[in-house]
Design a protein around this ligand. Structure first.
Ligand code: NDP
Ligand code: OXD
Length: 309
């Protein structure tokens, strides 16, 4: 089986070496050294050049290096009849949970406020609520959101979740769909976005959403930049309706020089590091999935291209 590693922004040779170590029977090529495109049966993709996936007449599956498949599905040349497998690796959830906890605690403990006071050499104390009196709302209760929500519960926060279909998770108040969104937002003081980017969720962090949250709320976006309407977020922060934001992902990455987020006093920017695919564990999961499939089993973690995740 010929597997093409098509990850122009990543170290394709490192992935090839790991795939070969784990499954020597594979023939692994690294884009752009494709050889005869007709040989390629499986593509392992991340930020591939749009249009490229249409070049492989024998393509039988595409594996995404990341959990989010919006980049693959945004390619108009993506062959939609071919199964698209997303990355589901518990390690992604471990790292994401650390990031979410750090961001939520930063807002809960008002560390940015104290950082501003420090810059003015001011010694002023404020009483903060107990975690149980702080409501954290997690948008997206999938692999990453559910794990982060569980960890927030463990710290004693009052946690609620929002998903497309209603979920029941012990200790959590859950809401679903458009019908549940207003009630979900109305009580949320720290909003964590862990949604996939789809036609339904693009631009969801917008003025209408912010206006339904209590004054002084904070936003953490570790999902995709396309979820945020940048101008709406800036307006909500500048008016004081939102008191802070932690942003890991942006419509254009790297975040362009001069973008107002870089210098905004109430925004913390991180460079898409909330979670990172771990090469050894992720490669092992891909190889295991491929082995079962070659033995006649079904592929795991196939996304629904119409749903977008
Ligand atoms: P999952 O597919 O496991 O979970 C997605 C969740 O979002 C599900 O609960 C789903 O609802 C919900 N959802 C989808 N569409 C809607 C909608 N229209 N309305 C309400 N809820 C919706 O994804 P993961 O948890 O694995 O990953 C989430 C995202 O995190 C990825 O798509 C990626 O964009 C981002 N990510 C960011 C990283 C970073 O470093 N910043 C790293 C890894 C991922 P339901 O349960 O009903 O299906
Ligand atoms: C992912 C990411 O989707 O790293 O896995 O953003």
């Amino acid at each position: 089986m010929v597997l093409l590693v098509n990850t122009p922004t990543e170290n394709g040779s490192a992935w090839r070496d790991m795939f070969l170590k784990l499954e020597p029977s594979l023939e692994v090529r690294v884009w752009p050294d494709v050889g005869d495109p007709a040989d390629v049966e499986v593509v392992f993709a991340w930020r591939h050049v749009h249009g490229d996936l249409a070049r492989y007449p024998s393509l039988r599956a595409v594996f995404s290096l990341g959990a989010g498949v919006d980049g693959v599905l945004a390619d108009p040349a993506f062959p939609r009849q071919v199964p698209l497998v997303r990355m589901v690796d518990p390690n992604l959830g471990v790292l994401m949970t650390e990031y979410v906890l750090a961001a939520v605690l930063r807002h809960h403990c008002e560390l940015d406020h104290y950082h501003r006071l420090q810059q003015a050499a001011r010694w002023e104390k404020r009483v903060r609520p107990f975690a149980g009196d702080r409501v954290v709302g997690v948008m997206g209760m999938g692999e990453l959101g559910a794990r982060a929500a569980g960890a927030l519960l463990g710290l004693g926060f009052s946690v609620r979740g929002w998903s497309r279909r209603i979920r029941t998770l012990p200790g959590l108040e859950t809401f679903a769909g458009e019908a549940g969104l207003t009630a979900f937002l109305a009580g949320t003081q720290i909003l964590v976005c862990l949604l996939p980017l789809t036609a339904q969720t693009r631009g969801i962090l917008c003025a209408s959403t912010f206006s339904r949250m209590p004054r002084g709320s904070c936003v953490v976006n570790a999902a995709r930049g396309g979820h945020v309407l940048d101008a709406d977020l800036l307006a909500a922060l500048d008016s004081g309706h939102l008191s802070g934001a932690t942003l890991d992902v942006f419509e254009t990455e790297p975040l362009p020089a001069g973008h107002p987020f870089w210098s905004h006093p109430r925004i913390l920017v991180t460079p898409h590091i909330a979670s990172v695919t771990s090469l050894p564990t992720a490669a092992a999961l891909v190889v295991d999935n491929l082995r079962q499939w070659r033995a006649g089993g079904a592929l795991r973690n196939v996304v629904d291209p119409d749903r977008g995740y």
